[in-house]
Design a protein around this ligand. Structure first.
Ligand code: FE2
Ligand code: FE2
Length: 199
């Protein structure tokens, strides 16, 4: 599969999936998904994972904004933020591995005309992991000193860097989740979970 997307399809610049990947999505637009007979337990569980990532992104963003607005201090921020960030990154990494090794090949085999869409989603995962690395580095700098006498200017600058890196990550991740759902859910609705061997 492709390792990097052409520039116009890069996660940071594209606006949704290109038309050639939207044939099935046009047959099954988002408003028919809820309550569709083929929206089974597997796809609902997978969509729930995406919902969890979106919620975690929003919660972490809110915590960074509270720190930036001095509504909480770094000593209070750290024990809330660190375990949730680790949970977020750990589950995101696992989710991507499952998709790449188990799920994308199943869907690409079922719909060979959409195979290049899965190469695109894999290149998104690489872009997201680069954004995770940048975010992790910023958070490590921020959390290097959480003591009561931590340098306030340094904490403020590191907090701004962390918030900026998180915003870029969340923006990229949300765009990826939307596009991935637009590619995969219509395949499941068209083929059924049972025929795809998902259940
Ligand atoms: Fe993904
Ligand atoms: Fe996903």
């Amino acid at each position: 599969m492709l390792q990097t997307a052409p520039d116009q399809l890069a996660l940071a610049t594209r606006d949704g999936l290109p038309d050639d990947l939207l044939q099935l999505r046009n047959k099954y637009p988002r408003d028919v998904w809820p309550g569709h007979a083929n929206l089974g337990d597997w796809v609902q569980f997978w969509l729930d994972r995406h919902r969890m990532f979106r919620e975690l992104g929003a919660m972490l963003t809110d915590a960074c904004e509270q720190l930036q607005g001095a509504r909480i201090g770094i000593a209070e921020f750290e024990p809330w933020f660190t375990p949730r960030l680790e949970f977020f990154f750990g589950h995101l990494d696992l989710h991507h591995k499952i998709e790449e090794f188990h799920l994308f090949p199943v869907f690409a085999k079922a719909e060979p005309v959409l195979e290049h869409g899965f190469a695109l989603l894999e290149s998104d995962h690489q872009a997201i992991h680069a954004l995770v690395d940048t975010m992790q580095e910023a958070a490590t700098r921020l959390l290097a000193d959480t003591s009561a006498d931590a340098d306030k200017d340094r904490t403020r600058r590191a907090g701004d860097d962390t918030a900026r890196a998180l915003a870029a990550l969340v923006r990229g991740l949300y765009a990826h989740l939307d596009d991935e759902e637009d590619l995969i859910v219509p395949i499941v609705l068209d083929h059924t979970e049972a025929k795809l061997g998902l259940v």
